[in-house]
Structure formats: C-alpha cells, structure tokens
Design a protein around this ligand. Structure first.
Ligand SMILES: NC(=O)c1ccc[n+]([C@@H]2O[C@H](COP(=O)([O-])OP(=O)(O)OC[C@H]3O[C@@H](n4cnc5c(N)ncnc54)[C@H](O)[C@@H]3O)[C@@H](O)[C@H]2O)c1
Length: 367
C-alpha cells in the first residue's frame, strides 16, 4: 500500500455510500491476470438472494462505478419486492470495455468463480454490455446465474415479458385516468427506443389499436416499426414534442428531466428504461403537469420475473410467467390510487409499498 491515508479515506466514503442506501454487502473483485475488476453490490436479502444483471462498462471513475452499482442494486430490491418475487436486490458491474473480445471467456469464467465465492447471496444475469454468451461462460463454473440460453433449457430473452408488463401498466394508467376503460385503442403512444423491449411493445400496441410514434438512432428499427406495425418515425429530439397520450421511454435513463418535461405534452409516462428520472427534483414538475408517472421499477419487472423461473427446478413455466407479469396491472393501479389518496408522488409510493413488503417479511421471520 503506497499511501495508507488514501485507503483510509476511501474506505470511509465507500462505507458511507453503502450505509446511505442500506446495503448489506459490497464486494470488490480484482483479478488483473484476466482483466477482471468488478463490484458486486447486495442491497437486501430479506426476501431472497439478491438478483440483478451484470453491467460491463468503461466507467469514467471508480466512484461513478460504485454509485451505479449501489443505485441499481437498491432498485432491484424494490423491483422484486413489488413484483412479489422471493428475491432481493443485487447488481454487478465489470469495469472493462464491453466490446472486448480477446480474453472475454476467461474473464467471465473468473467472474463465475467470484459468484461462487458469494455462495448464492447474489445471482447474476445479462445486462448492458454483457450477453447470454457471457453468462453461459460464467455458467460453466457456477450455478449462480440466470437468463441462460433458451436452447439449453434457460428462460431465454426477457424482453417480450418486460414489454408485456409495460403494456399492462399503460392499460392500468389509462383506466385510472378514465375512471374505468383500459382500452388503448386510438391512444397516441410515443415510444422512445425500439430495441429489444421497445419493438415488442410496439407490436402489442399495434394489436391493441394504438397510434404509434417511434424514435431510434437505428434507422432499420424505425423502418421495421413502420412497415410491420404502422408506426410513424420521428427524429430523436422530436419525440419530446409530439402530441401524445403516453410517452414511453424504452431506451436509456434520465430522459424525463427538467428540460424534456417542458416539452412533453402527454398525460401518462410508462416505459421500460431504468432510472427514467434524474432524481426527485422533477417530482413537482411532473405533478404540476398532471402527468401520471408509472415508476419504472414497478412496471419493468417482466424480465426479472421471467428469468427468476430458472431458480426453480424444471423447465420454464410460461403460464406462470404470464400470470405474474399481468399482475403489473394491479400493482400499477395500486400505486396510482395510493399516490392520489396519500397526496404523494408515485415513485415515493412505490418505494413505500416495496418497503412495507420487506418489513412484513422481516416481522414474520422474527422468532
Ligand atoms: N430487456 C429487458 O428485459 C429489460 C428489463 C428491464 C429494463 N430494461 C431497460 O429498458 C431499456 C431498453 O432495454 P432493451 O433491452 O430494449 O435495450 P436495447 O439496447 O435493445 O434497446 C434500446 C434501444 O434504444 C435506442 N436508443 C438509444 N438511445 C436512444 C435515444 N436517445 N432515443 C431513442 N432511442 C435510443 C437504441 O438504438 C436501441 O434500439 C433499457 O434502459 C433497459 O435497461 C430492459
């Protein structure tokens, strides 16, 4: 150790950061021989092992990497709690170039060994920058991964299930706003991002008779949405100005912010992207505009529901997955109703409901 004072300052701030969000365990892994520098954050295991994907990214700093994994793992706790899953919250990040090819297999095998060291307190899966192939390499040395290859008995692509959950949330929000009718027929829905989830969502919306507007930097995806589902493509920046009933962020985080809110004219926001809001500073603005905001972690749990079945023995039960994902309708209604009744922002209510489930489980576990 060259400078112990640096280490002591770092330890202090790291533990502070963990304590601020209530994390149980944060583990750092460092194996330079395979280029593995990873952080695994386990936020809460009251309901079960912490489950969440593994992100691979070149972070601008270790501090930002830590922030990311702490924030995301906390979100997973609330997501699984609200979805009624026997799972806690966890997340992993690997600080490396996601496009790396050489030595990738060795890196993910080592990552698998790291998961073994955590003895099942954390279950990993694919996320931004990682793929099913990476997870399969880890799987060759550990049982503590899900979202494995459908051809090898895994649950396969979670995106259609995530899309179904978001679709159900949209129906619930429309019913809440209209006082009963959940039909999306004739509703104008602006979908930002037609990747894995967005395209499945567009398909569902088209079948439901909605009028769809999409934006995506991949022209090919926009063309497909137009040709197959009758969507109208607009520019990346234009999507914030299109008159619509529902704005659906399905691309990246923080696109619902102080600037874009000035332009959005929707009455509902419901999308798959994680962390759509930068922070609580926009709550007031959303409320003032009388927009019904469906909290991302409450409605994008279809994916985690689908991969969770791999933890049960036997082949994936799609009937169970569909029923569980459809419960997102009821969860969304509850969040919107309680938000109205309590006079609190929907995201705060969703966190409170998740914490109530955690507290109830803790009480039941008391001797
Ligand atoms: N895949 C899942 O099951 C799942 C589950 C939960 C949450 N999410 C979240 O939902 C979002 C979408 O996930 P995905 O799996 O579809 O990802 P994806 O990478 O397949 O799709 C994202 C799409 O957004 C587009 N995009 C990027 N920047 C954009 C911009 N500024 N404007 C418009 N489009 C833009 C990309 O070109 C891409 O087509 C992500 O935030 C992800 O974290 C996904």
């Amino acid at each position: 150790m060259r400078d112990p004072s640096v280490a002591s300052r770092m330890t202090y701030s790291v533990l502070d950061a963990c304590a601020a969000r209530g994390h149980e365990q944060v583990t750092f892994f460092n194996y330079p021989e395979v280029g593995l520098k990873a952080i695994v954050a386990i936020h809460n295991t009251t309901l079960g092992p912490g489950l969440g994907g593994c992100r691979m990214r070149l972070y601008p700093s270790e501090g930002q990497a830590l922030d990311d994994v702490l924030r995301l793992s906390e979100g997973m706790t609330y997501k699984s709690a609200l979805a009624g899953l026997p799972l806690g919250g966890g997340k992993a990040i690997i600080m490396a170039d996601p496009s790396m090819t050489q030595g990738r297999e060795a890196l993910f095998r080592k990552f698998g060994e790291c998961l073994n060291a955590l003895a099942g307190r954390y279950i990993s899966a694919e996320d931004m920058g990682t793929s099913v192939r990476d997870i399969m390499w880890a799987r060759s040395v550990t049982n503590f991964v899900v979202g494995t290859d459908a051809a090898k008995g895994g649950a396969g692509d979670p995106s259609p299930w995530t899309a179904l959950g978001v679709f159900e949330a949209m129906r619930a929000a429309v019913a809440h706003a209209s006082g009963g009718d959940s039909s999306l027929r004739g509703k104008r829905v602006a979908v930002q991002g037609v990747g894995h989830v967005g395209m499945f969502l567009v398909e569902l919306l088209s079948k439901a008779g909605a009028s769809i507007i999409v934006a995506d930097p991949h022209d090919e995806s926009v063309r497909k949405a137009a040709a197959e589902y009758g969507a109208q493509g607009v520019g990346l920046d234009q999507i914030y100005d299109v008159p619509c009933d529902i704005f659906s962020p399905c691309a990246v985080g923080q696109t619902v912010n102080a600037e874009t809110l000035k332009r959005l004219s929707c009455s509902i926001i419901a999308g798959a992207a994680n962390n759509q809001l930068p922070d609580s500073s926009v709550y007031g603005m959303i409320a003032e505009k009388k927009i019904l905001y469906c909290p991302d972690f409450a409605i994008n749990s279809g994916g985690v529901i689908s991969v969770s079945v791999e933890l049960a023995k036997g082949s994936p039960d799609t009937v169970w997955i569909r029923e569980k994902v459809k419960e997102i309708y009821g969860t969304t209604s509850k969040v919107l109703e309680q938000s109205k009744a309590r006079g609190r922002f929907t995201e705060e209510v969703a966190v409170e409901l998740a914490k109530e489930r955690l507290a109830a489980a803790k009480n039941r576990a008391k001797p």
